[in-house]
Design a protein around this ligand. Sequence first.
Ligand SMILES: [Mg+2]
Length: 348
Amino acid sequence: MDNSYQALSMFDPKASTILIVDDDRAMRLLLRLALEWEGYEVLEANNGEQCLAEFAKSRPQMVLLDGVMPGIDGFTCCQQLRQLPEAQDVPVLMITVLDDSESVDRAFEAGATDYVTKPIHWPVLCQRVRRLLQAYWDTLQLQAQIERERALTLQLEAANQELTRLATSDGLTGLANRRYFDEVLAREWRRAVREQQPFSLLLCDVDCFKAYNDTYGHLMGDDCLESVAKILAQSVHRSADLAARYGGEEFAIIMPNTPIAGSRQIANRIQQQLAYAAIPHAASTVSTVVTLSIGLICVIPEQGCTPTAVLAQADQMLYHAKAAGRNQICAAVQSSALAICNRMGEIG
Ligand SMILES: [Mg+2]
């Protein structure tokens, strides 16, 4: 049995509760007998005030409302009912001796769903009640179905977002993974070529990380990488910047539209924050705490040059930072990315 069928069987018009509102006690009695005979649950109110109170208390599925009553009359009562959010779709059948066209108009303007006149023709009344309740339950069922479909759509969207997040992030650190880094690098590079804006790329490496793992074990090694990743993530603030785990103990940051002054500032901030974190590293050859070597490159992109060449240049800067004794930033500015490409060609 599928969900929609289950929902359908839940809505039984015969299981409805109907509120009778009439100041005439004999009329209430007759209505009650007729409706209970049909199998409905019946509630009573003898004026407009009682009707509103009883509705709020019992939430009936339908209201049979006398038009002419002392105090709040049926028209005003109907208007006030319609202002209750929970009564907006509930059918209101007005019953009155008034059958002039003005009264009929008033009833519909007040929000009545339908209208019958006294003296009551009982088979007609019962048919109307049945039809109005069926329409009401159909509406509820449709609303429930729409709600279920909306909830399902939201669930699917959330699942899709989660899948995207899993596919693009590094399991250990939560930073972007290498695959996503490559994708963003290619995209941002193309944009930078179009817009002719300075493009910064940072590559960094945890100093003496193998010695760290040998000393503290791989679990502590993972903790260390997580701490470094957290600092990297906190150091980039613009939405276009992307911090990624490049591989092993290497990380990278893509910074589109960023001149060297800006990317150098970020590199300095990373070094500072890592110094504050003061993660002990007894086996380091450069410090007593965990440090980073950083290679930084800033280029004005040109057509005909690939991001791979820029990446290789950043890697060279990182190599220089290590060769110069680690725990430092080695940065370069290239006004022409083609120059890098040519140099890479020479090296390659
Ligand atoms: Mg009356």
